[in-house]
Design a protein around this ligand. Sequence first.
Ligand SMILES: [Zn+2]
Length: 208
Amino acid sequence: MEKFDAKLKRIEELPLIEPDGGEHSESIADLVRRILTLLGEDPDRDGLRRTPERFEKALRFLTSGYHQDQDKVLNGAMFSVAYDQMVLVKDIEFHSLCEHHMLPFSGRVHVAYIPDKKVVGLSKIPRLVNMFARRLQIQERLTNQIAVAIQRKIAPLGVGVVIEARHMCMVMRGVEKQGSQAVTSAMLGEFRENQQTRKEFLSLLRGK
Ligand SMILES: [Zn+2]
């Protein structure tokens, strides 16, 4: 009876699994061909023939952060140190897609933290930024996720993250003046509680 139930359960679960990876489901490229048609284009004309596949490839890359794990990205990148001054990584370039329009927003991320015995390898921070950026995002959440991930991994005395970005959904539709940037910040620990620390971080950013 148990065996039968197990089998039944498996059958019931099948339709749930299929839309994702089943061979009958449409590919992203197929759907893009449909979008092009709805836009009044001819997806079969020369210039567009391979566009749906290219778009799918690009979109999969731009959302590849969903398949990455923050622990793996930061793994093997921790060092023990007796350093207790602010560590600052400025001007990390990033490109993301806003979840409201699926249009790009890009800019720079600045990360600072005060170590408590542990530091992260400097090259790992841009990788962490990219992992979160390659998902559908809003700037505020991206800012928070970076701060929280560093907090979790090395438990520093504090973390500060500032992101300056331009959103194509605003720029291209003329909602926002050209060149204006959205600035978000996430401050944890010392950066939240100690005004002096926060000031030092922000003045280091202005001094770039
Ligand atoms: Zn948007």
